[in-house]
Design a protein around this ligand. Structure first.
Ligand SMILES: Nc1ncnc2c1ncn2[C@@H]1O[C@H](COP(=O)(O)OP(=O)(O)OP(=O)(O)O)[C@@H](O)[C@H]1O
Ligand SMILES: [Mg+2]
Length: 246
């Protein structure tokens, strides 16, 4: 049984048909690359899976059970974490506060419940170390480089033990070394039985870590192939429309 199964997902924003009848399955331990030109509907699909907004039509199943997410928290509780394309970090907070945003560690002192900063700093430090990131828990996100911000957003997904991690362009704006770290992290997630959907414009990244690649063109899925049964040339043709479907 697939971990995630999307059935005929359609999404319209007024007159804009962002997605039309998209099917997609992802299994545990599998990474699927989601590719397509600007405006093809990739982020819209990720946001539907992450509970940001419902599909106009279509069904989402997690481990065979149909789910309806009315808010991102519902998706998180179903085991889905997302790194948004814009990262969605709070600039005025520390790295640790961003990692724990919305699920802050608390401790009880007598009748009072207080934020447990020590635990939050320590745990985020561990997560950054695991990501081989030099990000420090107490640093303000406002002062961080693109790669450090990416590490904060990814560390946030590691706080729970999600079944599925959605990554929307995690390697678009970071250094070569940090790209390698993000790809290594995706491989580790797979090895530990997690599923990943990687939205990316970077062909080498998708061919390095993904088992399958799905291509969206103007809201329609035009291909869904095993990586070892396609090539960067074919995928490029599918993205641009030079190849109609495969
Ligand atoms: N909240 C929204 N309201 C109206 N239209 C939207 C909204 N979100 C996305 N769209 C439209 O839906 C289409 C798909 O957008 P989406 O962001 O999913 O593309 P994408 O494949 O992620 O592109 P990119 O590679 O540029 O990130 C576009 O035409 C976009 O303008
Ligand atoms: Mg996008």
């Amino acid at each position: 049984m697939s971990l995630l199964e999307l059935n005929s997902i359609t999404k319209s924003f007024g007159a804009i048909h962002a997605l039309q009848g998209v099917d997609l399955e992802v299994s545990a331990g599998e990474a699927v690359g989601l590719m397509g030109d600007n405006g093809a509907g990739k982020s819209t699909l990720m946001k539907i899976i992450a509970g940001n907004f419902p599909p106009t039509e279509g069904a989402i199943r997690i481990e065979g059970n149909e789910v309806t997410f009315s808010q991102p928290l519902d998706a998180r509780e179903a085991g889905i974490e997302i790194v948004y394309q814009d990262l969605a970090l709070c600039d005025n907070l520390t790295a640790a506060a961003n990692v724990f945003l919305g699920r802050e560690a608390k401790k009880r002192i007598g009748p009072f419940k207080m934020l447990d900063y020590k635990t939050m700093y320590q745990k985020s430090g561990e997560l950054f170390a695991e990501l081989k990131s030099e990000t420090r828990p107490r640093d303000l996100v406002r002062q961080m480089s693109g790669g450090q911000r990416q590490a904060v957003a990814i560390a946030r997904t590691r706080l729970s033990d999600p079944k599925l991690v959605l990554m929307d362009e995690p390697t678009a704006a970071i250094s070569v070394r940090q790209v390698a770290e993000v790809l290594a992290l995706i491989k580790r997630l797979k090895e530990t039985g997690h599923a990943v959907i990687l939205v990316s414009h970077r062909m080498p990244d998708v061919f390095e870590v993904c088992d399958r690649v799905a291509v969206l063109r103007r809201g329609t899925k035009v291909a869904d192939k095993r990586i070892d049964e396609t090539s960067p040339e074919e995928v490029t043709g599918l993205i641009t429309g030079a190849i109609a479907a495969a």
